[in-house]
Ligand binder design. Structure first.
Ligand SMILES: Nc1ncnc2c1ncn2[C@@H]1O[C@H](COP(=O)(O)OP(=O)(O)OP(=O)(O)O)[C@@H](O)[C@H]1O
Ligand SMILES: Nc1ncnc2c1ncn2[C@@H]1O[C@H](COP(=O)(O)OP(=O)(O)OP(=O)(O)O)[C@@H](O)[C@H]1O
Ligand SMILES: [Mg+2]
Ligand SMILES: [Mg+2]
Lengths: 158, 165, 158, 165
């Protein structure tokens, strides 16, 4: 069990470094065991260094940097243990437009193997959608869902 | 394994029977604040066996039953049906299509169904174990929870490695 | 002291009802004392009913509804005790575009008496800005601030 | 009373002396993630006397001093100067312009100045008391803190009424 934990930890550490560099376009990241001599009880420390910056306490990261780092870690977990579908509810709310685009383009790479369902308010995510559902609630307090035909919407834009 | 479709009625703001078909690739769900988008996600969490009302922004499980609006009286039950395309047999049962149903009445009566046959919560959990989409998995990230991994203590983060191992 | 607490509470309650209805374009809201007979120790409950909906537990509100309700309460506090400046750091990140506009238009009403400084990623807020500062950080990890001349930017749009 | 201008050097990512002039109306601060926008807001909080490193996303106060980047070594001190236009005499001192300065060295030496004359933290707090912009006021809402009022307990919310009373 200890060996499997260490083996998985090392794999996750490598995957996280890779997804972080790809999603940030540079920089570095690592996972550290708080107590490497006690694998059954050790905690896990996350360290992130956005491009051009130094490693410093995670608390000093900006709101957008924290979100993007957490997303990179999630995608690393998915690399190790692929799941059939992933559902994200407004995961990009703290990202600036350029980073929303990086996030959405990363999903593009994974969506052939994984169904992605994303709730979003951000145009930069919507433009990559293959399917679009609109949820509305007239004054009646009752929700309705409409499927939006993207091909039709795109042809009217001309 | 893919999500094929879902149907919900009486679940939170979805008073009327609503069907959503899932397709391949990236599906975006959009709409105004308070329209019901997160409620759809919670319906999926709920039908997959979520036992904690807190994870559904509720104080008690009955909160997920439609409790009325300006023009409509409260309903008596919530029901969600989720259908999987299992043609690659990713899930163990020898079906190419698997349907999971959960129903809750206001008096507390609670039912689970697997392919329309009544079952126990344990059967749902057994079905989803090792699928990566059961309880404790990372396949559903709720609103505001992206950064949860940073706010948790180093000890609590063990489960990222333990569930993946 | 007890009387002043009750008097201020009632004023805040009235102001909150008004700012909520204005910012949501309807609905209702109230503040409730958890222990009205013990004014020195009572807590305060917040109740919000967006338009067309019923009063229900605050936990069931959507992310955007919670943000907008908190903003309405903040603006109610400012009504009672005007301050010379207000600084908001990405307060609208959970709001949909229509609600960002309502939020920004509400600020428009207050800005004659109050200096507003708002950090934002949202275009719907930026279009109401009288002054614009851009913060950048080249790869050097050092922040720089540039004042953007809005009149010039607007004339080039023509 | 209005904010007139601020100057910061060595504060977090602002290694170089930076001046920001404030104007009337609505000022929007924009820029990419991690560029330093929230750091500007924290500089204002800090110079107005913030004593809790936690409220500045820091573990210890020295964290607010520029700690180096790829091409620049760490600095030894952080300094922020905030200038108010007090021509309406909203603040008690009989000046039409009031400058508040805070300086912190890595060895822990810490200084406050009011109109360039050294003073104690107490003098800053006395200046801002009843102005609505001192500690505990609602004039600065930090990133992610909008909903703080809902996550606090009903007991803790008393201060909204007590500070306004
Ligand atoms: N049991 C219930 N019965 C009826 N309506 C409910 C019930 N529970 C929650 N609601 C309503 O559902 C709404 C919230 O929906 P939801 O959280 O899905 O919105 P959303 O589309 O995700 O919005 P946002 O973009 O702000 O996150 C609330 O307005 C709430 O009143
Ligand atoms: N003491 C310090 N020395 C140098 N850089 C620092 C220091 N403290 C914080 N930083 C850097 O400041 C950056 C965060 O800046 P800030 O939080 O102001 O970003 P922001 O513009 O608000 O971004 P967002 O839009 O994501 O909220 C981090 O990348 C961090 O590395
Ligand atoms: Mg939502
Ligand atoms: Mg910020």
């Amino acid at each position: 069990v200890k060996d499997r934990f260490k083996k998985t930890f090392d794999q996750l550490q490598r995957a996280f470094k890779a997804t972080f560099k790809e999603i940030f376009g540079g920089g570095d990241a690592k996972l550290k065991l708080t107590d490497p001599h006690h694998l059954l009880t050790t905690g896990i420390e996350i360290m992130a260094q956005p491009p051009g910056k130094r490693f410093r306490s995670m608390t000093l990261l900006s709101g957008g940097e924290r979100s993007l780092t957490a997303i990179a870690l999630l995608f690393a977990v998915l690399k190790l243990q692929p799941v059939p579908f992933v559902i994200l509810d407004e995961a990009e709310s703290a990202l600036d437009p350029a980073n929303v685009d990086r996030f959405a383009r990363y999903i593009q790479k994974l969506k052939a193997q994984t169904q992605f369902i994303v709730i979003t308010h951000r145009k930069e995510t919507m433009v990559y959608a293959d399917n679009l559902y609109g949820v509305t609630m007239q004054d009646s307090g009752i929700s309705k869902v409409l499927a939006v035909d993207l091909k039709k919407a795109q042809t009217t834009k001309g | 394994m893919k999500l094929k479709s879902m149907q919900l009625v009486g679940f939170k703001s979805f008073a009327e029977k609503t069907t959503i078909d899932f397709q391949n690739g990236l599906t975006a769900i959009v709409g105004p604040n308070g329209s019901g988008k997160s409620n759809v996600i919670e319906a999926i969490r709920w039908v997959l066996g979520e036992q904690s009302a807190k994870h559904l922004r509720s104080t008690k499980m009955a909160d997920v039953i439609f409790s009325g609006s300006k023009n409509r009286r409260a309903l008596n039950r919530a029901e969600v049906i989720l259908t999987f395309d299992n043609s690659d047999h990713y899930l163990k049962p020898d079906y190419t299509e698997i349907t999971v149903t959960r129903k809750l009445f206001r008096n507390g009566d609670s039912y689970y169904y697997l392919n329309q046959r009544e079952c126990r919560l344990k059967d749902i959990n057994d079905l989803l174990m090792d699928s990566g989409i059961g309880q404790g998995s990372f396949s559903i990230i709720s609103q505001g929870n992206v950064e949860a991994i940073f706010n948790s203590k180093p000890q609590d983060r063990r489960n990222i490695v333990e569930t993946t191992a």
